[in-house]
Design a protein around this ligand. Structure first.
Ligand SMILES: NC(=O)c1ccc[n+]([C@@H]2O[C@H](COP(=O)([O-])OP(=O)(O)OC[C@H]3O[C@@H](n4cnc5c(N)ncnc54)[C@H](OP(=O)(O)O)[C@@H]3O)[C@@H](O)[C@H]2O)c1
Length: 253
């Protein structure tokens, strides 16, 4: 039976692959993002309904509710990214260092950069889940897109993704009572996305691939297939978990 699915940040990369995957399976998908052009392209490609929405903005989320169906079977909180790659104040760093001159301006700049990653990766998911929470139906699923950075460290970006995973633990308890699962899919380096902007050098790319056991980068389709499994009937007893999709670049017992 066709399900109603909301995919945040789906104009590019992993979200676009998620939109393709679910629409090809016959589901009805609403896909969001801040930029109209990539959304228009993905809507044309997949038949999904595209709605412009900044998921850090409570007013935009309230407006989004009017565009969504009365019930939702699946929510994928995919919107995010490392804002250090885009913000003027980039790189909040890991703490005071020799370059930290102790000025209020320097601290304010670092605070802005740190908050940007928390907003982009934690607040987007928290606010969206709160906004649509009552519409999620029994038998449904919430999937957060985390990151290998939560386990390997990457300044404020890694901290934000780790916080997302921690928050998901409480969400799993809360939604479990309504027969809704909540899990995190945690990608490693995934190609064919806009994630790295123009910051990924060939040397760094080779390092990331050589850290895997599979000898290759992840693809958006690798992530989409894992998210799809977590929303399937076979995954109804899996909740409050992190599924790592990184070719073995981060390994667990
Ligand atoms: N690629 C990787 O190697 C990798 C690895 C680990 C985790 N991840 C995670 O995977 C997820 C998807 O990223 P991606 O790799 O597919 O990169 P991407 O191509 O940059 O996709 C991120 C999408 O999120 C949207 N977005 C960002 N902030 C938003 C906001 N406030 N409101 C609405 N939409 C927003 C962006 O569109 P607009 O700019 O138009 O809003 C963009 O389409 C992210 O959470 C990222 O942290 C990626």
């Amino acid at each position: 039976m066709a399900r109603d699915i909301l995919i945040t940040g789906g104009g590019t990369g992993i979200g676009r692959a998620l939109t393709r995957h679910f629409t090809e399976a016959g589901d009805r998908v609403v896909v969001t993002g801040r930029r109209q052009d990539p959304l228009t392209a993905v809507a044309r490609e997949t038949g999904a309904r595209a709605v412009v929405c900044d998921h850090t903005d409570p007013a935009a989320l309230t407006a989004l509710l009017a565009e969504l169906p009365a019930t939702l079977d699946v929510l994928v909180n995919n919107a995010g990214g490392n804002t250090d790659f885009t913000e003027a104040d980039a790189d909040a760093g890991t703490g005071p260092g020799p370059d930290l001159r102790g000025t209020a301006a320097e601290l304010a700049s670092r605070a802005r950069a740190f908050r940007a990653n928390l907003d982009a990766n934690l607040l987007t998911a928290v606010l969206t889940t709160l906004a649509v929470g009552e519409r999620l139906t029994p038998g449904g699923a919430v999937v957060q897109i985390g990151s290998i950075a939560a386990d390997q460290g990457a300044g404020s970006y890694g901290a934000a993704k780790a916080a997302l995973t921690s928050w998901n633990l409480d969400l799993a308890t809360e939604l479990g009572a309504r027969d809704i699962t909540a899990n995190v899919v945690s990608p490693g380096y995934t190609r064919e996305t806009e994630f790295f902007r123009d910051r990924l050098t060939d040397t760094r790319r080779e390092q990331l691939v050589s850290a895997t056991a599979t000898g290759r980068a992840g693809t958006p389709e690798d992530i989409a297939a894992t998210v799809a499994f977590l929303t399937s009937p076979g995954a109804r007893h899996i909740t409050g978990q992190v599924l790592h999709v990184n070719g073995g670049a981060h390994r667990t017992r």
